[in-house]
Unconditional design. Structure first.
Ligand code: HEC
Ligand code: HEC
Length: 483
């Protein structure tokens, strides 16, 4: 497959301009295929009609997640278009998801050997980008259908091959899903064919959209199915554009404007620079917090939340323009069961193990989410939910969890922390609120979470605070508007 850096090669050179309203805007003009994807993303293509579009669960103004504070704060999962339809896992951000490579296994030392794909469990594998097969896909559970080069009209294959991959495969899923847009492929095709933006399809693919039902043919050869795949490809194209991946956060700007483009950044506060040092276990800010050798303590976030697009040089110091804050690999950080999600039983959402059936995989491994935009859109009236089941309601409490998760197991620890199940009376399946009120952490939903890396970091409250301040510099200033 062609390297993704073809796409971001253009983004790398992007200078963010300032619009007349003073709002930051991406300078890139979108191509027809990107424009088509953007229009489809913001179109309410669903049954019942006009109820739901991709943006309903992935709002750019909120960092591409569910824009419903009340739900984020309680049941977490998104309602579908159909009445009473409910999802069963938290909508992750789709921003920066297109940088995840096709799903594969590899050898990464002590790190579990699976990486890439889209979805929390990687089942949108994107193997169409690698010639139709994921090299090491061993006995698989649910896997998404894939889009391959032969699905693209031959005159456009050279231009659009770069859009094949996990995010293209992902886009095949939300429309027909009964708990999402709940609409058949044929009807999606019809809708695009009659939409105001219908001309963009022909501009993008040099052919008219064909929604013929072709009942005599196998599904894979029917005209509407082929058109549906190209609509999904257009969604992937837009999601790979600078509209969705603008790299326009405070961190990105301060890095560009810094005289030597290295930390500590002159555009950062001391606290933000210090947060960076903790995240990467460095002491550029010269603050001695009593870590080994007088270095800043290592919060070790970079063990998993560090990575760059394929083909770009590794970035161990967190100073690359396209730092993604994810390794796109699978880890088990010990998230508690969330009893507030309707219809999901304890032990049910096992993550990667539902996708790849292998003894070596522990239940509870999920793909590391990017930290870009984790704090975007937060406010007094807007809360988000964090991790796959949304048990955490703030970045602050999640950082406190990373710092002290395992301290609760140390009898008589100086934080007075306990396991919620060990209190009298015990709290079983505690919510975040109950845990914080009672100074306890529930045991992990699944045994054997990552040890050593997280759990007992020995950070002071000021250090936790600095980490949070650093994460808050990752919010993109640019927000694409609905077309
Ligand atoms: C009803 C809410 C809802 C709608 C509508 C919806 N999504 Fe999602 N989206 C989700 C949920 C939930 C997940 C995670 C599912 C999982 O991992 O099993 C997800 C995952 C994704 C991901 C994967 C991100 C990653 O890093 O793994 C992408 C990309 C995405 N959606 C794009 C879209 C597009 C494009 C559309 C429209 C065609 C869309 N979504 C419509 C809820 C929604
Ligand atoms: C061992 C790998 C690993 C380490 C180390 C790690 N994380 Fe994570 N992080 C993950 C994974 C995996 C998830 C998702 C877990 C889940 O959903 O069950 C996650 C989730 C998050 C989220 C929620 C994002 C979202 O959109 O829901 C934040 C914020 C976060 N981590 C911040 C941090 C910080 C800050 C540190 C350092 C103190 C850190 N992480 C250390 C792997 C790691």
């Amino acid at each position: 497959m062609k390297s993704k850096n073809l796409i971001i090669g253009a983004v790398a050179g992007t200078i963010l301009g300032v619009g007349s309203a003073g709002q930051a805007m991406a300078a890139e003009e979108l191509t027809p295929i990107e424009k088509l994807g953007k229009n489809v993303f913001f179109d309410n293509i669903s049954i019942p009609g006009n109820k739901q579009g991709c943006y309903s669960c992935h709002d750019p103004a909120k960092g591409w997640i569910l824009p419903n504070s009340a739900i984020n704060n309680t049941t977490v999962v998104a309602p579908g278009a159909a009445p009473h339809a409910l999802g069963n896992i938290k909508p992750p951000a789709n921003g920066y998801a297109s940088f995840s490579p096709p799903f594969r296994s590899g050898s990464f030392g002590f790190i579990p050997p699976w990486e890439g794909g889209n979805f929390w469990d990687g089942r949108a594998e994107g193997c169409g980008a690698t010639g139709g097969a994921c090299p090491a896909a061993v006995p698989a559970g649910g896997v998404s259908e894939t889009i391959t080069l032969s699905d693209i009209p031959s005159s456009k294959q050279a231009d659009y091959e770069k859009y094949l991959g996990p995010t293209a495969d992902q886009a095949l899923n939300p429309f027909p899903n009964a708990v999402e847009q709940n609409i058949r492929e044929k009807n999606v095709c019809q809708r695009v064919k009659t939409a105001k933006y219908k001309g963009l399809y022909e501009d993008a693919f040099d052919q008219a959209i064909d929604c013929s039902p072709d009942p005599q043919l196998p599904v894979g050869q029917r005209a509407y199915h082929k058109s549906f795949k190209l609509i999904a490809l257009s969604l992937a194209a837009w999601q790979a554009s600078s509209d969705v991946n603008s790299f326009s956060s405070t961190r990105d700007k301060a890095l560009v404007e810094d005289p030597d483009h290295k930390f500590p950044l002159t555009g950062f506060t001391d606290k933000e620079n210090f947060g960076h040092d903790l995240f990467y276990g460095r002491n550029d800010s010269g603050q001695n917090t009593g870590g080994p050798g007088g270095r800043a303590k290592a919060a070790r976030c970079n063990a998993c939340h560090n990575g760059v697009p394929q083909g770009e040089p590794a970035d161990p110091a967190g100073e690359a323009p396209h730092q993604l804050y994810t390794d796109n690999r699978y880890h088990h950080i010990g998230v508690p069961f969330n009893r507030q999600i309707p219809g999901v039983a304890k032990g049910e959402k096992i993550g990667l193990k539902a996708h790849v059936i292998a003894d070596s995989i522990n239940p509870g491994e999920f793909r590391t989410p990017t930290l870009r935009n984790v704090a975007k859109g937060l406010g007094a009236n807007f809360k988000k939910a964090y991790t796959h089941n949304g048990w955490f309601k703030s970045v602050e409490s999640l950082v406190h969890f990373y710092n002290t998760r395992d301290v609760a197991d140390i009898p008589g620890n100086n934080l007075g922390l306990k396991r919620c199940e060990d209190l009298t009376p015990p709290i079983i399946n505690a919510t975040e609120k109950e845990a914080l009120q009672n100074n306890c952490w529930p045991t992990s939903e699944f045994p054997n979470p990552a040890v050593f890396i997280v759990g007992n970091l020995g950070l002071t409250p000021e250090e936790e605070d600095a980490l949070v301040a650093y994460l808050k510099t990752f919010s993109d200033e640019f927000t694409p508007a609905k077309p």
